[in-house]
Design a protein around this ligand. Structure first.
Ligand SMILES: C[S@@+](CC[C@H](N)C(=O)[O-])C[C@H]1O[C@@H](n2cnc3c(N)ncnc32)[C@H](O)[C@@H]1O
Length: 209
């Protein structure tokens, strides 16, 4: 399983989503939608081995966490507007401390970014923090650990902030770099998938699922 956890510092936390203004009044919800698209959509297929979390810290009711499960997603299409419609539906719900399903494969909860990371760590998953100045990914991911459950944490246009970087250091999350250049969050997701796909195709009978 591949998991991505995005900190969306300004993303809206109510169902008051204006589909015509995702970047502005919705707090860069366009960026979240692009990450969802990059996490799951192949040409005429979906990545069923992927889970994507987006933790929203924008107004009016932070935090709100969304979870997208590739093996359960239905009816969502890759364009930002379609994804935003499903996010709006999830944000309209009442959020509890436990995950509740909004539409097929899309869950919502009142959870903090750090709690979601800690939950994954307690499940025994390896946590990597995507960071331009981290260790090159090729030095960390290899045929033996790429088959295991791996979690990648990443920031939005603002990043994750010093406090959360400190938290990740304290829990032993390794910083991993995929390029010497500063990339957009959705580009990072595409590149990570590509690197893992290539390792799996090379070493495991041409299968990426
Ligand atoms: C647009 S960047 C954030 C830029 C922000 N100003 C900052 O200082 O973090 C979005 C996220 O993508 C990830 N990222 C960007 N470039 C990367 C790279 N070369 N290697 C690994 N992760 C990268 C990081 O997690 C970053 O928080």
């Amino acid at each position: 399983m591949r998991e991505f956890i995005l900190k969306a510092n300004k993303a809206i936390t109510s169902g008051d989503v204006n589909l015509k203004d995702l970047p502005g009044s919705c707090g860069r919800l366009d960026l979240v939608c692009r990450c969802v698209s990059s996490a799951f959509f192949l040409s005429h297929d979906l990545r069923r081995d992927t889970v994507f979390y987006s933790v929203h810290y924008g107004n009016p009711n932070p935090p709100v966490a969304l979870k997208f499960v590739g093996s359960e997603l239905k009816r969502v299409s890759p364009d930002e507007r379609s994804i935003a419609i499903f996010i709006k539906k999830a944000l309209e719900k009442e959020h509890l401390s436990v995950w509740k399903e909004s539409t097929s494969g899309i869950y919502h909860a009142k959870k903090e970014f750090r709690d979601i990371i800690l939950e994954r760590k307690k499940e025994g998953k390896q946590i990597f923090y995507l960071h331009k100045n981290g260790v090159p990914i090729e030095d960390l991911i290899n045929p033996s650990n790429c088959k295991k459950d791996i979690v990648f944490v990443l920031g939005d246009h603002i990043g994750i902030g010093e406090e959360d970087e400190k938290f990740l250091d304290e829990i032993g999350a390794e910083r991993v770099s995929i390029s010497p250049l500063e990339l957009h969050a959705n580009q990072c997701i595409v590149i990570v998938h590509n690197i893992l796909d290539k390792i799996k195709c090379t070493y495991f009978s041409n299968s990426v699922s």
